[in-house]
Write a protein that binds this ligand. Structure first.
Ligand SMILES: Nc1ncnc2c1ncn2[C@@H]1O[C@H](COP(=O)(O)OC(=O)CCCC[C@@H]2CCSS2)[C@@H](O)[C@H]1O
Length: 332
């Protein structure tokens, strides 16, 4: 029998810290304890553990707008969070892990608020046939979690724009997201607030499991530990540098000829760049792969790298300038 029900909220909106807190709770969860953790992220795209960041998210645009890219431990697809979205996580040992029961907390809370929802065949929760919650799962030894989103009042335009990437020429291993029609709960209950939702979830948690819920607050010592883990979630290596090899091809016509570059990317860096061109001047084109190999796969990094080179030949110097301008227009 479970003995403890713990409720904890995050009071910050930094996605990396919130993911670190989630991991901290996972490993600290006792054998007969079930934790309900509620949290919100400011403007963030959260991709699954095995996803390709460039394929799933317009990372450049997101970062330019002051948003964040985050990668979680669980699998599945890419979702968008802002302060109109509430995340829940159930953390529990394998013995008491029960997705149906966990979902009945969400359904019960929303039922109390006057909303009827249903589970889809996949990992989504639907209202009126539209998705308002995406769920994902993680297990490490006997430590398990089940987490999901709840869209209350998410900016759907931004959601669509950050998650819509046209990369026909990006061939990648890794998991693809499954696009759905989404809905905000506020469409159905215009006065609903995040606080209402939190309250209802906490109540339903106690009701479904059948005993009182204890609220937990973090100690300063714990916050320090979480902060150091947050650095890992924030790191380039975790976000971009994971071993998901892929190939990306781009082409552009210039007055002096057409250029195609095929990048082979591994661990987030260009492992091999093949450059094809019908330009008459071939020197710089032939040298390009050497310039690019080993550089981080980011159009901005390539700009910086190309900016280091020059040519005595004015025509080649012009070609280099054009290539740099091209990279400035690319967004990856
Ligand atoms: N916030 C949010 N909530 C629900 N659905 C969303 C959201 N953002 C985008 N989407 C839709 O889901 C698909 C991707 O669906 P797909 O099924 O591919 O992925 C998921 O659902 C993953 C859920 C992860 C939940 C974690 C909980 C805490 S941290 S993130 C996307 O293309 C949109 O159509």
């Amino acid at each position: 029998m479970l003995e403890t029900l713990t409720y904890i909220e995050s009071h910050g909106t930094d996605p990396y810290r919130n993911l670190a807190l989630e991991e901290f709770l996972l490993f600290g969860c006792k054998e007969k304890e079930c934790i309900l953790y509620l949290w919100q992220n400011e403007k963030t795209v959260v991709i699954g553990k095995n996803q390709n960041a460039w394929k799933e998210c317009r990372t450049e645009q997101l970062e330019r707008d002051g948003g964040h890219l985050a990668r979680r431990l669980s699998g599945g697809g890419a979702v968008y969070h802002d302060l109109g979205n509430l995340n829940f996580t159930f953390l529990v040992s394998g013995e008491y892990y029960d997705v149906k029961r966990q979902l009945s907390v969400i359904a019960g809370a929303l039922e109390h608020l006057g909303l009827h929802i249903e589970a889809s065949g996949r990992n989504d929760l639907l209202i009126d046939g539209k998705k308002f919650s995406g769920n994902a799962f993680y297990r490490h030894g006997d430590h398990c979690y089940h987490h999901g989103t709840i869209m209350l009042d998410v900016d759907k335009e931004k959601l669509g724009s950050y998650l819509t990437v046209s990369r026909e020429k990006l061939k990648s291993k890794g998991v693809d997201s499954v696009r759905s029609r989404v809905a905000n709960l506020r469409t159905y209950l215009p006065d609903l607030t995040i606080d209402d939702l939190k309250y209802a979830l906490r109540q339903a948690f106690g009701e479904v499991y059948g005993f009182p819920v204890q609220e937990r607050k973090l100690e300063d010592r714990e916050k320090k530990e979480i902060e150091s883990r947050a650095e890992y979630f924030r790191s380039w290596e975790w976000l971009y540098g994971r071993k998901i090899p892929f190939q990306h091809e781009i082409t552009r016509k210039f007055p002096w000829g057409e250029v195609t570059i095929r990048f082979q990317v591994e661990n987030g860096k260009i492992k091999d760049a093949a450059v094809y061109s019908d330009a008459l001047k071939t020197g710089m084109i032939e040298a390009l792969p050497n310039y690019l190999n080993g550089v981080r796969f980011s159009s901005r990094s390539i700009c910086i790298e190309l900016g280091l080179y020059w040519s005595e030949d004015p025509e080649e110097e012009k070609m280099l300038k054009d290539l740099i301008e091209w990279m400035k227009e690319e967004e990856w």
